[in-house]
Design a protein around this ligand. Structure first.
Ligand SMILES: O=C(O)C(=O)C[C@]1(C(=O)O)C=C[C@@H](O)C=C1
Length: 368
């Protein structure tokens, strides 16, 4: 008797709560569309101002996401609300004019994941087979943005991406950090029958200890991308691939082992490249390319103004300049936007001591 009374009150409560949820959903739906209509009006103003190509405003998006994260009182996590609003802005922008974003393909790569994390899913994501082709697609205007990997916490920099900036006029418009989890996947149901493992060379390197320990007899074969590895594993018997979740889903593979990367905080940083500069947001980074005379103390003299003006340098990487043997260029990341007065003064001082200074872009720091 007591039990059935409890069930009745629980059912009534459930009914009541679901009615409340329905009413809130209706209000949210109305507000979402009201917001979208305002975004359409913003587009009209941009069009009237002569904008034809790119309606995207990264600095405004960064401001919206920061305000939402600051105002969030939970129980939804900061990450969750940022993700919702990222998708909401992506859909609003798609109503204005969808963005076309080139990424290192094929479908299912971590670079595609990074593109969606940065721009949301309402984009035209264009898979291209090489970093060079991504630069060319954005340079020619075929795509508005490109997303390319630039460094991994285990394996270091992707030199091809850095070298591409030596000859390109493109600017960095953003950065994306992605935690990389590698999985062993196959048509097989157990890893004991795997004779060959495909993956991108970087991913094989990131899982080297695991492979040596658990699949010492399997041949490791480097291919052009993790997604290509998954495609091959789907058609070649007794093989497996190392790739992310999306690739397993896309190619119908069983995930045999999860998170097999050697370093638990394996992270890859991606750059967003575009043709336009991004305005300041108050939480920015600036990337520079510079070269010095090849004499003692030259690099010290170049970097000294950053210390003098209190600018934090977050990274320095040297690469051959391709102008002659033992001639180097430096990729430097500093905190702040090139329009911040202190950074602008420091850059003026740096310019006096270098043989070349190219500002590759100021852009919002990656959010969570
Ligand atoms: O504020 C704008 O310029 C808009 O176009 C609106 C909006 C948004 O949905 O909030 C959409 C796309 C832009 O990239 C930035 C913001």
């Amino acid at each position: 008797m007591e039990n059935s009374k409890n069930t009745l009150t629980a059912d009534a409560s459930l009914l009541h709560l679901r009615k409340e949820i329905d009413a809130i959903d209706d209000r949210i739906l109305e507000l979402l569309n009201q917001r979208a209509r305002f975004a359409q009006q913003v587009a009209d103003i941009k069009t009237a101002g002569g904008e034809v190509d790119c309606f995207h405003r990264p600095e405004r998006e960064a401001e919206v996401l920061r305000r939402i994260a600051e105002n969030n009182r939970g129980p939804l996590s900061q990450e969750a609300v940022v993700r919702f609003f990222r998708e909401l802005m992506s859909e609003c922008l798609a109503l204005e004019k969808p963005l076309s974003v080139a990424f290192l393909g094929p479908q299912g790569t971590f670079t595609q994941q990074a593109a969606y994390k940065h721009f949301g899913h309402a984009i035209e994501a264009v898979p291209l087979p090489t970093i060079d082709e991504i630069f060319r697609a954005v340079e020619s205007g075929a795509c508005q943005y490109g997303v390319v990997p630039v460094e991994n916490s285990t394996e270091g920099v992707i030199t091809h991406t850095l070298d591409s900036f030596l000859r390109s006029f493109l600017l960095i418009a953003g950065e994306v950090g992605l935690r990389i989890h590698h999985n062993l996947m196959s048509k097989l149901n157990t890893s004991s029958e795997v004779r060959e493992v495909f993956s991108h060379q970087q991913s094989l390197a990131q899982c080297r200890r695991w492979l040596d320990r658990y699949l010492p007899k399997a041949q490791n074969t480097a291919v052009s991308s993790n997604a290509e590895a998954a495609r091959l594993a789907a058609v070649m018997p007794q093989t497996a691939a190392i790739a992310g979740d999306v690739a397993a889903e896309l190619y119908g593979l069983n995930v045999l082992e999860r998170n097999i990367e050697d370093e638990p905080d394996n992270t890859t940083r991606f750059l967003v490249i575009g043709r336009n500069s991004v305005g300041p947001t108050g939480n920015d980074k600036t990337s520079l390319l510079l070269s010095t005379r090849n004499n003692p103390g030259a690099l010290y003299a170049v970097l000294e103004p950053f210390a003098k003006y209190g600018i934090s340098m977050t990274k320095i990487e040297s690469r051959p300049s391709r102008r002659g043997a033992w001639d180097y260029v430096f990729f430097v990341d500093v905190e702040g936007h090139r329009d911040d007065p202190r950074l602008a003064e420091a850059l003026n001082a740096v310019e006096k001591n270098v043989t070349m200074l190219k500002i590759l872009g100021s852009y919002p720091r990656a959010s969570c």
